[in-house]
Write a protein that binds this ligand. Structure first.
Ligand code: KUQ
Length: 831
């Protein structure tokens, strides 16, 4: 395995300005880029100019590796992953790319020589918020790991002009602001105007007979837009491989304007242009599918079609035939959002490349693999038939054909079982005829996986039960993972340095199970103290930053208890709140010395149309307002909502957490990945047996994990037996008084209506069983407080968490995909 040349000594001054890694060369290159690319000199350069000059300096150093990687993969005709995802939440790039190139130190020295504040420059970068949460961030972690493991890969997605909205908190409420991340220019992307495909929508199909007398179908779209490629390099850590993230932007074909202009229809031309450009305009800000939104379906087809045509172009230019397409590309469908790939690949092969149906089907099935990320029934994507027919008439034909063939197989395997046929059909006939996208993805893929053990088991026993009975051999589990490059080395350098010292080297950064070398030192009280000092330093950093950002500067010696993730009822931020209220009541009755001082920090966005989630944000802020200003509390309790939680801000939170809140109702969170990021940074977890929590607890040891709550099986039983939250409310004294406290108007200036929807929902419906789990949660939190008081023991547990967290590296996950699902081997690149 080749590695980067580490920063060379200043003596070697003759290395090329655009590729050299020494401090002196970086100094030279930075000046050149500021001058020749920005057209600026130091005295008039804005902070963003300085950032751009730094970014171009780093980008230059990736390009040779990038081109070499592309050439190597082409020459060796390597099997390549095509990771299709509607979201890539890649985060800021400058710091991470420096880590990957191994030039962080040299860059720091260069900045010092140039009298520049590197931290301030890093801070200037605007992150591309091209995702909602875990699913989009997972795609980004996997891009990192594929490059690091030297697996040829292209990430395909959409270059949204507006990513996830910026969240402001005004009067305690979430207010959404448009995300204009491109306004100052994006130095990481390379625009490829020549990599451009016309994508059709609507229209009709025609039958014709070709010269060989074969009957064929042709799709005559009514509207055509162009998809243009924008490429971002994704370097591996300590290797020369640099992979490609290719995002598509929609544009109007020029011909539009001319045609309309010639017929005098100027406004018509403008309208068509706007309509075309709308497709990649904005990311849907929901964590679950937007039902029936035409633009969303257009987005999905748009990026899937561009991506498949790009793959076909690459394969034809390499081999001249598509017969081995499935050997060249392993397509991974990130949830159902790209599942149209199954129908579109069939159309491209059969209609456009004139391949027989059976052969095309074989190739499609061998090429595609499907990851499911959710069990929530409302989150399973379906599209109304009439919308489909209007937008994608040929694809609907193809889906009918796929369905007919598939249901024939079902009837062979399960004779005279019409109910099963109905359940397995790609068409849902019960809700006004809809296409079931998960069924399309499952039928068209040779592998189907869930994202944690529990989730994969529940998939087989619930939502995909019939598929499992049909093709059990296609089902896999690949537990999610996250990249230690971003979430440890970059965001927690103090911890990384300490770990490297204890482990003896930094191999753990690419082999995360090497963290087990920490284990024998867990009882070393000297290490425990240093470990705590690292944590306290991170808490102090966060505290100061929160002071500037929110006006509240929490005490770094208090227990930092953090819940950061999308706001969702199933994630139960309101369960956390009830515990906060219990502590508040305790202070009111027994004084502020009766509790272990805690700082509660929340972060997360609510979907703009999700009323209850927005009300939960308001309640968190309202409770904070009262508690933070109550003299009786005297700072023993702090409640802070960190606005605009995103990748950049997440990096400030994870290192500073003592306690990680992973408290979803069992059976609802497919995996969770924040749970892993917190734990990697030494936080202990309070959590339910949900998603990957189950495996985290298995790894770190039950005695180092604060477990509470019903199991998924108990949840099912209780719901089947008829769950009555009001019975709990009316008989359980602490719960009643806490809920009544919210209803009383104490947190709403006497307004007893404001939080009523939330309160009534908990009392009478409580779909996520907050009340049922509350007692166990409270008890567990009391245990947390008790353990925290013994600092050495807490640090011991924290060290053990980190020592045993190796499994949750995205490198391990990608290794499993590569071996078990893709059958892809590493392709090292040398310079
Ligand atoms: C659905 N589904 C529609 C955007 C996102 C979605 C639009 O995926 C994470 C899991 C996590 C799960 C999340 C998910 N996102 C499912 C989505 O909720 O549990 O960790 C990555 O697998």
């Amino acid at each position: 395995m080749s590695t980067n040349k580490t920063a060379r000594s200043a003596a070697d001054a003759r290395e090329p300005t655009r590729t050299g890694l020494s401090k002196d060369t970086l100094v030279q290159a930075f000046g050149d880029n500021l001058f020749y690319v920005q057209g600026r000199f130091r005295e008039v350069a804005t902070p963003y100019d300085l950032f751009l000059a730094a970014a171009y300096t780093v980008r230059d150093r990736m390009l040779e590796r990038w081109i070499k990687s592309a050439r190597t993969y082409k020459e060796r005709n390597s099997r390549t992953v095509a990771y299709l995802s509607a979201e890539f939440l890649i985060g800021p790039q400058l710091g991470l790319n420096m880590v990957k190139l191994g030039i962080t130190e040299a860059a720091q020295e260069a900045a010092q020589e140039l009298d520049l504040d590197l931290t301030a420059i890093l801070e200037t970068e605007e992150e591309p918020g091209l995702g909602n949460g875990g699913l989009g961030r997972l795609a980004a972690c996997y891009m990192d790991s594929m490059a690091t493991l030297q697996i040829p890969a292209i990430g395909y997605g959409i270059r949204y002009e507006f990513g996830i909205f910026d969240q402001q908190i005004i009067d305690g409420w979430q207010v959404e602001k448009g995300d204009t991340w491109l306004r100052n220019g994006n130095p990481w992307e390379i625009h490829r105007p020549k990599i451009c495909f016309p994508i059709g929508f609507g229209g009709h199909t025609e039958q014709y007979t070709d010269s060989a007398g074969i009957s064929r179908t042709r799709w005559m779209p009514a509207l055509v837009v162009n998809g243009v490629a924008y490429d971002t390099p994704i370097p591996g850590y300590g290797v020369n491989n640099v992979n490609l993230l290719r995002l598509w932007k929609s544009e109007a074909p020029e011909s539009f304007d001319f045609q309309a202009f010639n017929t005098g229809n100027y406004y018509g031309a403008v309208h068509a242009k706007i309509e075309a450009e709308t497709i990649s305009k904005v990311l849907y800000p929901n964590d679950d599918p937007e039902v029936g939104k035409e633009l969303r379906l257009k987005q999905q087809f748009f990026f899937v079609s561009c991506s498949l045509r790009d793959m076909i172009r690459l394969e034809l230019s390499n081999t001249g035939t598509l017969e081995q397409f499935h050997q060249k590309f392993a397509i991974q469908l990130n949830d159902t959002h790209p599942s149209l790939a199954v129908a579109e690949l069939m159309r491209l092969l059969v209609d456009e490349h004139l391949m027989p149906w059976e052969q095309a089907w074989e190739i499609t099935q061998q090429a595609c693999h499907f990851t499911n990320h959710t069990l929530l029934p409302e989150a399973l994507e379906t599209w109304p038939i009439d919308l489909f027919e209007r937008l994608l008439p040929r694809h609907l034909d193809i889906i009918y054909q796929i369905n007919a063939n598939f249901l024939d197989q079902v009837r062979v395997k399960f004779f005279e079982d019409d109910e099963r046929v109905r359940r397995l059909s790609l068409i849902d006939e019960n809700n006004g005829r809809r296409v079931r996208m998960a069924h399309l993805a499952a039928v068209g893929s040779c592998a189907i996986n869930g994202v944690a053990e529990l989730h994969s088991e529940l998939l087989k026993s619930t939502v995909m039960q019939d598929f499992h009975a049909m093709v059990p051999e296609r089902f896999h589990n690949v537990t999610n993972g996250v990249t230690p490059r971003r979430f440890m080395v970059l965001s927690n350098p103090r911890l990384a340095t300490l770990i490297t010292e204890i482990c003896g080297d930094n191999q753990w950064v690419r082999q995360l199970d090497h963290l087990s070398a920490l284990e024998p030192h867990a009882d070393d009280s000297n290490l425990q103290e240093r470990w705590q000092a690292v944590k306290t330093a991170a808490k102090t950093d966060l505290s100061n930053w929160l002071g500037q950002e929110t006006g509240i500067t929490p005490d770094p010696n208090s227990l930092f208890d953090i819940q950061a993730k999308r706001i969702h009822e199933y994630k139960r931020q309101h369960l956390n709140l009830l515990h906060i209220l219990a502590l508040y009541e305790q202070i009111k009755t027994h004084g502020c010395d009766s509790i272990v001082p805690r700082t509660f920090i929340f972060g997360g966005k609510a979907a703009p149309g999700y009323y209850m989630a927005k009300l939960i944000i308001k309640l968190i802020n309202a409770v904070g307002e009262v508690i933070n200003h109550d003299p009786a509390v005297n700072g023993a309790l702090r409640v802070i909502f960190m606005p605009d939680f995103n990748v950049k801000r997440a990096q400030r939170l994870y290192p500073a957490a003592d306690l990680s809140e992973q408290i979803s109702l069992a059976g609802k969170e497919a995996s969770g990945t924040g749970n892993m990021k917190f734990s990697m940074n030494g936080a202990l977890t309070i959590g339910t047996l949900d998603g990957a929590n189950v495996e985290i607890r298995e790894e770190v040891g039950a005695e180092n994990f604060f477990l509470f709550g019903m199991t998924a099986a108990e949840v099912q039983q209780r719901q089947a037996a008829g769950y009555d939250p009001y019975a709990i409310y009316s008989t359980d004294e602490p719960i009643k008084s806490l809920i009544d406290l919210i209803a009383s108007g104490l947190f709403s200036h006497g307004d007893t209506e404001l939080f009523k929807p939330l309160v009534e929902n908990l009392m009478h419906h409580d779909p996520f069983m907050v009340l049922a789990d509350f007692r166990a949660y409270l008890k567990c939190q009391q245990q947390v407080a008790k353990v925290y008081q013994n600092a050495h023991n807490w640090q011991r547990m924290s060290i053990l968490n980190v020592a045993r967290i190796g499994k949750f590296s995205s490198d391990r996950a990608i290794q499993e995909y590569a071996e078990r699902i893709w059958q892809i081997k590493p392709e090292p690149v040398s310079l």
